[in-house]
Design a protein around this ligand. Structure first.
Ligand code: ATP
Ligand code: MG
Length: 752
């Protein structure tokens, strides 16, 4: 910690302690028990618990349980397990917002008595209308005139359950014209008749997040309340409630940091629940899930996840982290720790003709020479062995270094063999190899003088154990998955009869292994038995996705295909005349057909597009933004919080290269929340893309200076480290570096 640059949250905490604002740091991790915690929560856990630990303070674990419909004790358990597994201890008992329901109720009564809260009885629709828009002030409901007495009486009756859901709500009386929509008389309480998993039917009303959170923090003596950026606009309300109630100091303050987003991953609990409910995965702990339970079952270590959280740092602007960085962390963690053993995934029988006598037991170290660990096992070798099907080629391509009819190969820790005969079945497939071994070529005592180009792994036939391998890969096949359609169909391959050397089952030197040349594996904690061993692939040895991506993307393309008009198989009615006319017009503008169709068929979208086009930006960029982002937003919300001019401005920012496509998404998100102009958001959040090589150069030079080992490895040919360096640049610049320029400079400077 000490060597690294301090993040902005730690700076705040340090300053508060120095100034004596608080005697001790108290933080909290406040999940809602409505799903299993995911890797994003791991990040929040590492912030909340990590900061408390670093400054000798305390961190509470608080279930933020104010929504009876979605909460469940099984999720409470999952959250406790996750925090514990990551190695943190919460201070005192687990806390629950539901424990404070009475206190919170009393605070609400106090607000009513002060004339700062009222019971409103308008329907939701009217309430939305009266709230106004970002550009227009709202109007107050007529019920705001209710007397304190009437409010007190109604509120009590709400509590007792005398009304139906939706009949009344309690609202704070703040400012219907506030530029911050959250301050326009926000809801404090609503009626819910579903029994709560802890308080049963005791309460018919439940506090809203904004009301409950700041007060729960205060009740617990929390000093620093860290949350993610979506809550930025809630901060004013957080402060308003505590100030209006004139709580006795010291009181807590809220600070926001960027949430973690990962490529190839969905993270919202709602979407994860959908995967579980639809049976896309086997459960919350399916090893492909980005839940902590999933990573744990897959074989990730807590250390690797914490290192990852530390590496990505704490930023003030949202960005998407490449999932390859997480995979890098787990490899990096396991590499110096775990034993190497041999497992043959696709067995091909080899009979060694000239081998006589019993099985020979060879010595084989578990750890390679540069791992500071000792231990070895006996490895049986005999007349019948299995090698991997892919390690033999009858007609080898150029550069093939393994066994061929003309090329001998070394069996790792054993002897050199040579192929004498290839046996095939009637379909022409190779089913067995008859080989010869060189008795004087034993590993470590080789006097044969035979040159081989590589060593392959193998197992002895009679002692090998049959095992099931579950080869996990990324759950989604696209960088920014949106729906179940984006699931990677190859995210799980089951290999039923792989063969493993006996020591792994008999001696169990560890739970995690490197199966040489195959990947890192973990004995599945649920299904493994010695009779029917099951191993999960934690991660491959190399990043196979980096290559795939390059192949797919010869030139930088938009990150996402535009929304397709309709899912396949769902016939659309033919276009009417107006639609056709629009369609032709858009094509004449040079728009791609899918985009033109999407716009032409949707009048609202088309009209939005035309207004935006007039306001500025290139046709192509505006069309892309409208068909992707605006279309999605129009589906969700009745009223948009932004207009065509703002989309035009966003397009201009993109066109001029001031921001990247990735950043544009973030700016768009912020626009949907605050309705601010894109330029303002870009400036406020400091999102301008860094394209100036002279700004990037010193950053890259520093990274190179700080990672001499990785530089050396890269120079020795370990090319996957290139991604590490670019990743570091993106991290240091909080995702703002222009990726093309960063790539070019990294390449250039690494060569130097
Ligand atoms: P989701 O939106 O993924 O369903 P959530 O924010 O609703 O998650 P909570 O249970 O409310 O989940 O979150 C508990 C804490 O974890 C909050 O402080 C929240 O800000 C934090 N958190 C949630 N997701 C992330 C993330 N992706 N990155 C960092 N922190 C996160
Ligand atoms: Mg949420």
């Amino acid at each position: 910690m000490s060597e690294r640059k301090k993040d902005f949250l730690r700076k705040i905490v340090e300053e508060d302690l120095q100034k004596g604002k608080y005697k001790e740091v108290v933080t909290r991790f406040p999940p809602e028990p409505n799903g299993y915690p995911h890797i994003g929560h791991a990040k929040a856990i590492s912030v909340d618990f990590g900061i408390a630990r670093d400054y000798g303070g305390r961190c509470h674990l608080r279930m933020d349980d104010t929504n009876p419909e979605t909460e469940d004790p099984k999720y409470v358990e999952a959250i406790k397990d996750a925090v514990t597994w990551l190695g943190f201890k919460w201070d005192g008992p687990v806390r629950y917002t539901s424990d404070y329901f009475q206190q919170l109720y009393d605070y609400a009564v106090e607000l009513i008595k002060m004339g700062k809260a009222y019971v409103d009885s308008i329907d939701e629709e009217t309430m939305r209308e009266l709230r106004g828009t970002v550009t227009e002030p709202g109007r107050r409901s007529e019920f705001a005139k209710r007397s304190v007495e009437e409010n007190l009486e109604l509120f009590e009756r709400m509590r007792k359950g005398e009304f139906a859901e939706g009949e009344h709500v309690l609202r704070a009386k703040i400012d219907m014209a506030s530029p911050n929509m959250k301050m326009r008389d926000p809801l404090l309480y609503r009626i819910r008749r579903t029994p709560h998993y802890r308080t049963g039917t005791e309460w018919a009303i439940y506090p809203m997040y904004d009301f409950a959170h700041c007060l729960s923090d205060y009740i617990e003596g929390v000093t620093h309340s860290f949350c993610t950026l979506e809550f930025e606009n809630n901060r004013e309300l957080y402060d308003w409630i505590l100030e209006t109630l004139k709580v006795k100091p010291p009181r807590p303050y809220q600070y926001e940091f960027a949430r973690l987003n990962l490529s190839y991953t969905v993270m919202s609990k709602r979407k994860l629940l959908e995967l579980v409910q639809k049976g896309v995965v086997s459960g919350w702990d399916d090893p492909r899930m980005p839940t902590i339970a999933g990573y744990r079952r897959r074989g990730y270590t807590p250390e690797s996840i914490l290192t990852f959280c530390e590496q990505i740092g704490i930023a003030k602007a949202n960005s998407v982290v490449d999932v390859a960085q997480l995979e890098f962390c787990i490899r990096d963690d396991l590499n110096p720790k775990v034993p190497r053993v041999m497992c043959v995934v696709e067995p091909l029988k080899v009979t060694i003709e000239n081998y006589e006598g019993d099985v020979e037991w060879l010595d084989a170290p578990y750890y390679p020479h540069d791992v500071p660990k000792e231990g070895s096992r006996k490895l049986p070798f005999g007349k019948y062995i299995y090698i991997n099907r892919k390690d033999f080629e009858e007609n080898p391509p150029k550069g093939y270094h393994r066994l061929t009819p003309d090329q001998p190969v070394r069996l790792r820790y054993a002897y050199i063999i040579r192929c004498k005969e290839v046996i095939k079945n009637d379909k022409g497939e190779v089913v067995e190899i008859i080989a010869e071994y060189y008795p004087n070529s034993k590993s470590g005592q080789d006097t044969s003088g035979i040159k081989v180009k590589s060593a392959i792994h193998w197992v002895e036939a009679n002692h090998a154990k049959s095992v099931e391998l579950r080869l996990y890969d990324r759950l989604y096949r696209v960088e920014q998955p949106e729906s179940i359609d984006d699931i990677n169909p190859d995210s799980l391959k089951v290999v039923k009869n792989a063969l493993i050397e006996p020591a792994v089952i008999n001696e169990k030197p560890d739970e995690r292994y490197q199966f040489e040349r195959e990947g890192y594996f973990y004995a599945d904690p649920v299904d493994y038995t010695d009779e029917a061993p099951v191993f999960n692939r934690i991660v491959t040895l190399k990043d196979s996705w980096a290559k795939k991506q390059q192949k797919q993307k010869p030139s930088p393309k938009p990150q996402k295909e535009p929304a397709k008009p309709q899912p396949k198989g769902d016939e659309l009615p033919p276009m009417d005349t107006a639609q056709k006319e629009r369609f032709e017009g858009y094509k004449a503008l040079g728009l791609r057909e899918e985009i033109a169709v999407t716009l032409a068929r949707d009048e609202a979208l088309a009209s939005f597009f035309e207004k935006a086009r007039e306001a500025g930006g290139s046709v192509e960029t505006v069309a892309k933004l409208v068909t992707n982002e605006v279309a999605r937003e129009l589906k969700k919300e009745a009223a948009l919080s932004f207009g065509p001019e703002q989309i035009a401005k966003l397009a201009e920012l993109l066109d001029s290269g001031a921001i990247s496509t990735r950043t544009a998404k973030e700016v768009f998100e912020a626009m949907t929340q605050s309705g601010e102009d894109p330029e303002t958001i870009v400036e406020q959040k400091g999102l301008r893309q860094i394209s100036d090589p002279e700004t990037l150069r010193p950053i890259i030079e520093e990274i190179i200076a700080q990672n001499p080992q990785n530089v050396a490895k890269y120079k020795e040919g370990n090319e996957k480290l290139f991604g590490f360096f670019v990743g570091q640049v993106m991290q240091k610049t909080q995702g703002k570096a222009d990726p093309k320029i960063a790539n070019r400079l990294v390449k250039e400077l690494l060569k130097a």
